[in-house]
Each structure stands twice: as C-alpha cells, then as structure tokens.
Design a protein around this ligand. Sequence first.
Ligand code: UDP
Length: 490
Amino acid sequence: MAVQDEPLHILFFPFLASGHLIPIADMAALFAGRGVRCSILTTPVNAAIIRSAVGCANDAFAGTGSPTIDIAVVPFPDVGLPPGVENCTALTSLDDRDKFFQAAQLLREPFDRFLADHRTDAVVSDSFFNWSVDAAAERGVPRIAFLGSSMFARSCSDSMLRHNPLENAPDDPDALVLLPGLPHRIELRRSQMMDPAKKPWNWEFSKSVNAADQRSFGEVFNSFHELEPDYVEHFHKTLARRVWLVGPVALASKDMAVRGTDAPSPDADSCIRWLDAKPAGSVVYVSFGTLTKFAPAELHQLARALDVSGVNFVWVIAAAEGQDSAEWMPEGFAELIARGDRGFMVRGWAPQMLILSYPALGGFMTHCGWNSVLEAVTAGVPMVTWPRYEDQFNNEKLVVELLKVGVSIGAKDNASGIEAHEVIAAEVIAESIQRLMESDAIRKKAKDLGAKARSAVEKGGSSYDDVDRLMDVLTARRSSVEAGEDIQAS
Ligand code: UDP
C-alpha cells in the first residue's frame, strides 16, 4: 500500500494514572472509529487497566474495516519501587512519588524506540511527560499534548504560572486572590491555590509542563466547544495555541462496565439492580475518583451526612480505604446499609459512567476530577462539589459559578492525597446534598448541558468536526513530509 493510502497512525502515551489512562483509551476508540490506526504505549500494570476497554473497542470494530488499537507494553523502569507499583494510585509517600517521576523520565528510551521502529503521524502525549516534546521532535513527529483537564482549568493554571498572583496577596488563607487575564473574574481563596513558596517542586514541574505544551504542535482536550466557549476563544486568541476539543470521549467507550479496570467490584451488578428499583432523580452517587484519600474522621462525617440528609445514595469506597470500619463508621450506619432501602455501598471499582446514566440518578458528589465532572455533564447529572487538590478547585468554579450545575460544600484546603485535610462537618455536607437535590433550576441546566454534550460528538457536532480538522491537518502534514518539504514537528 502506498504511504498516502495507509491510515494515519497515532501513538498515545498516557501518564501512569487511571484518570489519564481512561480518557486516552476512550480517545483511541474514538479515533480508531474514524479510521486511525492507534497504538498505546504503557507498562504492564497500566496496560491491564485499559485492556478490557481496548478489547471491547476492537471487538466492536471487527469486520467494519476500522483499524485496531494495539497496546505496546514496555517494562516499568527499575527505580527501587516494589514490584507492581506502576500507577499513581499505589503511591503512599513523597519518597515513592519522587522515584515514580524518575521512572516516568526513564520511559524516554522505550518511547524513542517505538518512534524509531514505527511510522507515526503524531504522538498524543500526556503533558506530564514534558520531555516527550523534544524526544518526538528529534524523530520529526508532531507532539499533541493532552493533560486531561478542562480548558477553563488549563487557562487558570496558565494565569497562575504567568502572574504568580500569590506573591503580592495577603498572607491570609481565606484571602480571595484574582487570577489575572481570564475572560471572567475568577477568584480563589489563597488556601485553594498552588503555592510556589510551599510546594516549589509542584510549581517548577507545572511550569515545565506548560512550557513543553506551548512548544507542541497543539493540544487535544476532552471537552466540547459549547461547554466553555470563552476559554476556547482565550486559548486561540490570547495564548495563540492550536487546540482540538474532541470530547466527551467517554461516549466512545464500547462497554461502560469494564471501563478503566480489570477487576470490577463484586457489588457492581447488585448496585445496578438496586438503582433500577429507585424513583427517577432520587439517588445521589458519591465517589471521589482514583487518587483521593479520606481520613477516618472525614469518612465518619460523610457517613453521618448521608444518613441525616435523608436522601437515597450509592457510595463508592475504594477497596483499601475504610477497610477498618470500626475506625470511622457511625452508629446505625451498618444497619442503614443492611436495610438496603436508602443506601448502597460499592467496595472497589464501580462502573461510574453506567451508574451516572441511570434515571434514578439525581446528583453526584464529586472531587471534581475532570473525567468525573465531564461524565456528570454528559449524563446530565448535577454535582455536589468537594475538591481536594490542584485543578479540582478550578473545575469546581466552572461547575458552580460559570455553568451553574452544582452546589459547593465549601472545601478550602488544597492538599494532595497523602496530606491531611480539614474535616468538614456532616451537617454542612448534608445541607449541600439537600440543596442540590431540591433545586429544579440546577437540575434543568444539567439536563440541557447533557443534551449539548451528547450532540457534540454526533455527526456534524463540534467535537465530531474537531476530530475531522485534526485528521485533515495530520493528513496534509504527511503529504508535505512525503513531498520532501522541510516541515517542523511543532
Ligand atoms: N472511575 C470509575 N469507577 C470508580 C472510580 C473511578 O469508573 O470506582 C473512573 C471515573 O469514571 C473517571 C476516572 O475513574 O473516568 C477518575 O478520573 P477523575 O479525573 O474523575 O479523577 P482522578 O482519579 O484522576 O482524581
């Protein structure tokens, strides 16, 4: 086959965290469905996380003429971490985190080898692999950055990194600090922001990530134009970047039950049956992604809140978290769950997208990880927002203040999974849940937004068209390269 007639080939290179792997596997399914040959480069434990989803996509494409998706598995570099610790979820100390990032640097060698051995039209690289911009350029391959966040949050962090507004802000954790240069007046509490004085490592890393993305061929977003139009404009005009919004990519998933895991919770099927029996809009789904950890005192208040709120709920609790229920479970809570009339607990991995799509769903209490936010938007489900760190506070602003599809519980402290958080009282949490479940206006807005999200990926929708635009650019670039024109990778 002449080179021009071969399908485009894109290498996807996700960071080693489920919240990065899941949308990349979805995006590969999306692009493969549009005729692109897709490869995903990752390590064994991370390959296992996406293997079922990729297998389902390949099965769905069988006989349709769509190219298949390959997973190129490379060993996790030996940096002294215990065997099997290959994903952010397994990190429990700052020392391990440092080793983990060292391993991420060492993936440059297999990444480079892949590009040397395969004709590749573009790399969709996780922004966290900041070195891949140079590695791809050395092989003449355009790097398209993917951070897996919203354009809004990306614009906020760009504003932070450019202007460092904390430098001249009052030294009061509650002081409201303005993020300059954005389309809206966006203020956060000092305590909610990344503070370069307190976390110089995070600051420097974010700066290098931003710089590498700026030097890239462009950026791809799991978002859609109608969701954050002012920030699409901001990127194009103010930041002069090439961007493609191709989401919500979760809609490309071929089997929601196995998305993001090789080991669904044994509670998953009964949870679905339980939801089936509940009235429309009556259940709040409580889940905080893959990295968030709660102290026993926080779990205690959350459990009390779910009890006193009087609302039906599904609560997903990670297998390792809250194992010792004597440490946190309030009196009467085990009985509430055992009765099965008002509350259901999923221990382990829940089929989140599937759950969110159930008519019984009336709200989602979320930490505002971008995947979760966009999944809620897609399903038309409003949110109770409880951000924990980094871009989650920005995503909360978008959800509550700009889109008006959520109620905040008022979390103030930006602290990572392995740091302590302020304990929020059950009464405050319960009040936010009740306010959300009682608001017709918020519910209606969320439903409207869900309809827009779903039509964005339909033929003729904005995300559908952005995939076309990206394919056209890459096809034109390949023709120029084949014609021997002197083409830069960025
Ligand atoms: N997820 C899931 N089941 C779970 C926990 C998480 O399907 O029990 C998925 C969720 O649907 C989302 C991703 O894991 O796609 C979490 O990503 P997000 O950006 O929300 O949070 P992170 O884990 O990166 O903090």
